[in-house]
Design a binder for this molecule. Structure first.
Ligand SMILES: Nc1nc2c(c(=O)[nH]1)N(C=O)[C@@H](CNc1ccc(C(=O)N[C@@H](CCC(=O)O)C(=O)O)cc1)CN2
Ligand SMILES: Nc1ncnc2c1ncn2[C@@H]1O[C@H](COP(=O)(O)OP(=O)(O)OP(=O)(O)O)[C@@H](O)[C@H]1O
Length: 187
């Protein structure tokens, strides 16, 4: 399928989820996340959820990490919609977050993170069996990930689509994708 159709389909599937389904899917994503081998991971970059878009609730993962892996630094992005670039901050607590115009929570006083995160949890609307992804269509994550060598893991409530036809040269490929039923490794 083509990206615009995949976007529409994913947004429709998400908005049809009931609160109860959403809660179960989020619990399942956390359960799968817990099976990752984090032994060599010192920093994890993770997006903050747009709640009204019914994105995966990454706060469940953040809470679990803070509780069970206090030594891992959590890094969160702030998106600049003028340049389509993201800046990155060391996350400590939710009190520091304020929703921006797009309802994305953003850190206010957090310290900038200047290193390269060992692992990046990537938001998406759809992904295919090769590990290509479709987002909201501004290329934020393609730009962020094009020049850095890190492990890229998607989070999705739904299974892979057979093929994204209109992939382009800039599109980054995921290493893995976490779904409620398992973790797909793209090898
Ligand atoms: N939680 C989260 N943060 C993220 C992303 C994401 O997918 N999820 N992004 C991943 O790259 C970037 C933000 N990308 C975005 C791109 C476009 C719109 C946007 O135009 N929203 C419109 C209409 C949405 C729609 O199509 O229905 C709006 O909210 O009015 C929002 C976010 C960076 N941060
Ligand atoms: N590395 C890059 N440098 C410059 N432009 C880019 C780069 N990556 C993507 N773009 C441009 O950004 C636009 C959106 O790309 P694409 O449709 O792949 O977004 P997406 O992956 O769905 O969005 P997002 O990453 O924000 O979730 C395209 O016009 C593309 O040409």
């Amino acid at each position: 399928m083509l990206k615009p159709d995949l976007r529409k389909q994913a947004l429709a599937k998400r908005s049809a989820l009931t609160a109860q389904e959403l809660a179960m899917l989020n619990e399942s994503l956390l359960k799968q996340f817990k099976t990752l081998d984090l032994s060599n991971i010192k920093s994890i970059h993770i997006f903050l959820p747009i709640v009204h878009q019914k994105e995966p609730d990454t706060f469940l993962i953040i809470d679990w990490l803070q509780e069970n892996h206090p030594g891992i630094e959590i890094v969160v992005p702030k998106a600049d919609f003028g340049s389509s670039l993201m800046s990155h901050y060391s996350f400590k607590d939710k009190q520091d977050l304020v929703n921006n115009h797009y309802h994305i929570p953003e850190p206010q006083k957090a310290k900038p993170f200047t290193g390269i995160p060992d692992l990046v949890i990537v938001p998406l609307l759809a992904f295919d069996v090769k590990g290509f992804r479709v987002g909201y269509g501004k290329g934020f994550y393609d730009r962020f990930l094009e020049n850095i060598n890190t492990q890229k893991i998607g989070l999705s409530f739904f299974d892979a689509t057979p093929e994204i036809i209109d992939v382009h040269l800039n599109d980054i490929r995921l290493d893995k994708c976490i779904t409620p039923t398992g973790i797909i490794d793209f090898g």
